[in-house]
Design a protein around this ligand. Structure first.
Ligand code: GLN
Length: 310
């Protein structure tokens, strides 16, 4: 809602979005297929917003770190595309999969080229590329988050990473299958270790809103330097809109109307291009793996404010 001064009262909007969505926080199931994630407090709920010109707002548990999980896939893709590198698009597609994020079925018919960079198969290929480019894919993601969020405490939770590795049969199957088609450069075990290590990064809504801001700033980082070209920032937002929330991209566009990325830790990071990045968190997930409370909060936020891309 805009006040008569013309300025947007973001704090008011976040507070209202939180209270409108409060009943949805605590609904859904905390992810337990990665046992270490099952410890998350199902009632935790927070939201943060970082504007393109440096204002920061938050409500609820907005500074509490949580497991970013698949939200990291947005950062691995952006880091791979930095400096105009486009070769990744020969190894991964840009279409929604219409299947669960950890599905194996399409890889068989599509000969080891994953549908998009945000399902697990595609993210494993992107991680492989980032590992080739940097020698330390998870370290590159951590460094980016620390710098953009100005928070040196952003770290990988070793227990979550080990828990993922210990229960990672499906991701290992995906990676081996991709490798059998010649679409992995580095050894499968190394790629998986990096993939688990960036999924197991802990960061808060505050950190993620600040770190995702470059996509609202048409590719510009916090210090004004360019991470992505304007057109690559537009393209990443486009792929987020269609593929960022697993096979619920249609529903997310319908309800929230923003490009966004979810993770099974319960976070959802969304972009309002030209204005702000906003991140909501609540650990209870729907059947597709999206946070019920976080999506409800973002739905309420864009409905109240009219700030969506539509
Ligand atoms: N690390 C998780 C996995 O590989 C990420 C899944 C997610 O957040 N959708 O299963």
């Amino acid at each position: 809602m805009e006040r008569h001064t013309g300025a947007v009262d973001y704090q008011y909007l976040l507070d209202e979005a939180m209270s409108a969505a409060r009943r949805s926080a605590g609904v859904g199931r905390v992810a337990d297929y990665i046992p270490a994630l099952a410890r998350a407090d199902p009632d935790a709920f927070g939201i943060a917003l970082a504007t393109v010109d440096g204002e920061l707002y938050g409500a609820g548990a907005w500074t509490q770190p949580f497991s970013v999980q698949s939200i990291s896939k947005l950062f691995t893709l952006a880091l791979v595309l930095a400096d105009g590198e486009q070769g990744i698009w020969e190894r991964v597609g840009r279409e929604p999969s219409g299947n669960p994020f950890n599905s194996l079925v399409q890889l068989e018919t599509e000969r080891g080229i994953p549908r998009n960079p945000f399902i697990n198969a595609g993210a494993i290929v992107v991680t492989d590329k980032l590992l080739s480019l940097t020698g330390d894919a998870a370290g590159a993601v951590r460094a980016f988050l620390r710098t953009e969020a100005d928070n040196p405490l952003v770290r990988t939770d070793p227990e979550v990473a080990a828990s993922e590795a210990g229960h990672g049969h499906r991701n290992a199957a995906l990676a081996h299958f991709i490798a059998s088609h010649g679409n992995l450069v580095n050894p499968v075990e190394e790629v998986l270790a990096e993939y688990y290590a960036h999924c197991a990064i802990e960061a808060s809504c505050r950190d993620l809103a600040l770190a995702g801001r470059f996509l609202a700033r048409h590719g510009l980082r916090a210090d004004g330097s360019r991470l992505l070209s304007r057109s690559d920032a537009k393209r990443v937002n486009g792929v987020l809109l269609t593929c960022g929330t697993y096979d619920r991209g249609g529903e997310f566009a319908y309800r929230v109307g923003l490009p966004g990325k979810s993770g099974v830790g319960g976070g959802v990071l969304a972009m309002i291009p030209g204005r702000a990045a906003v991140c909501a968190w609540s650990p209870g997930l729907d059947a597709a793996g999206n946070s019920v409370g976080a999506v409800a909060a973002l739905d309420a936020f864009t409905t109240l404010s009219g700030l969506s891309v539509f």
